[in-house]
Design a binder for this molecule. Structure first.
Ligand code: PEP
Length: 253
């Protein structure tokens, strides 16, 4: 089965409601006829509802940038899976390196969040990736293997099929540096091999594994045409409709 490409825009802490709506309208207007790729946008929590009212029942799907694993209760400042479903989220980004490094999210917390999202039928976009220090030490492969194993700990084979992985080398996020297509593809292969060891060949072969880290309109095509790269999680270049659309329109050969 050929894996479908997925292009996801992570807007991070950018855009007021008005800005988010005009950005998504421009994306939708120009991408509504795209049939060969899935398209996802991840606005901030405060813009989810407004953005959903623009894209509801279209080919542009909604993601949140995080959520908490408890269903409800005294967790000031947190957002639950039910709240995300209520505003139309089909996806949620979990384990982003900024959440790991700035907000101290651990592998075990991220694993709980993945489980909760799956219980709520929200597809997790589960982010993993090595730091510059880890890459320079030559331990990239073991880092992503361990993060993959920790993220999928206790997740059934059937549930695993609904997870999307985003390999995002931390040193490439927001820096303008990208992994070479060959390097990224190799790490994606390591992730697929890890999935094979946890589950089986079918789960590994069908898993959508995105690349993230300074993907833009100039380098997207080469990255997206690598055999193990199934799409992109895009930060900076997702904030400008023309750049995001250029990535969406990358020709896959
Ligand atoms: C990200 O934050 O997920 C990301 C990939 O950012 P950027 O494209 O800006 O490197």
């Amino acid at each position: 089965m050929a894996r479908r490409k997925l292009i996801a825009g992570n807007w991070k802490m950018n855009n007021t409601n008005g800005e988010a709506v005009s950005l998504v309208k421009e994306i939708l207007e120009n991408a509504k006829n795209v049939v060969d790729k899935d398209i996802v946008v991840a606005p901030t929590f405060t813009c989810l509802s407004e953005v959903n009212s623009v894209i509801k029942n279209t080919n542009v799907k909604l993601a949140a940038q995080n959520m908490y694993h408890e269903p409800s209760g005294a967790f000031t400042g947190q957002i639950s899976s039910d709240m995300l479903k209520d505003v139309g989220c089909e996806y949620v980004i979990l384990g982003h390196s900024e959440c790991r490094s700035i907000f101290g999210e651990t592998d075990s917390l991220i694993n709980k969040k993945i489980k909760r999202a799956l219980e709520a039928s929200i597809k997790p976009i589960f982010c993993i990736g090595e730091t510059l220090d880890e890459r320079e030490k030559g331990i990239t492969n073991s880092i992503v293997e361990n993060q993959t194993k920790a993220g999928f700990d206790g997740i059934s084979l059937d549930d695993a099929k609904n997870v999307i992985i985003a390999y995002e080398p931390v040193w490439a996020i927001g820096t303008g540096k990208t992994a070479t297509p060959a390097d990224a593809d190799n790490v994606h292969k390591v992730i697929r091999d890890t999935l094979k060891s946890i589950y089986n060949d079918t789960v590994a072969e069908n898993m959508i594994i995105l690349y993230g880290g300074s993907m833009n309109e100039n380098n997207a095509s080469e990255l997206l045409n690598m055999p193990n790269i199934d799409g992109g999680l895009i930060g900076g270049a997702a904030l400008k409709a023309d750049k995001f659309l250029a990535i969406i329109n990358s020709k896959i050969v």
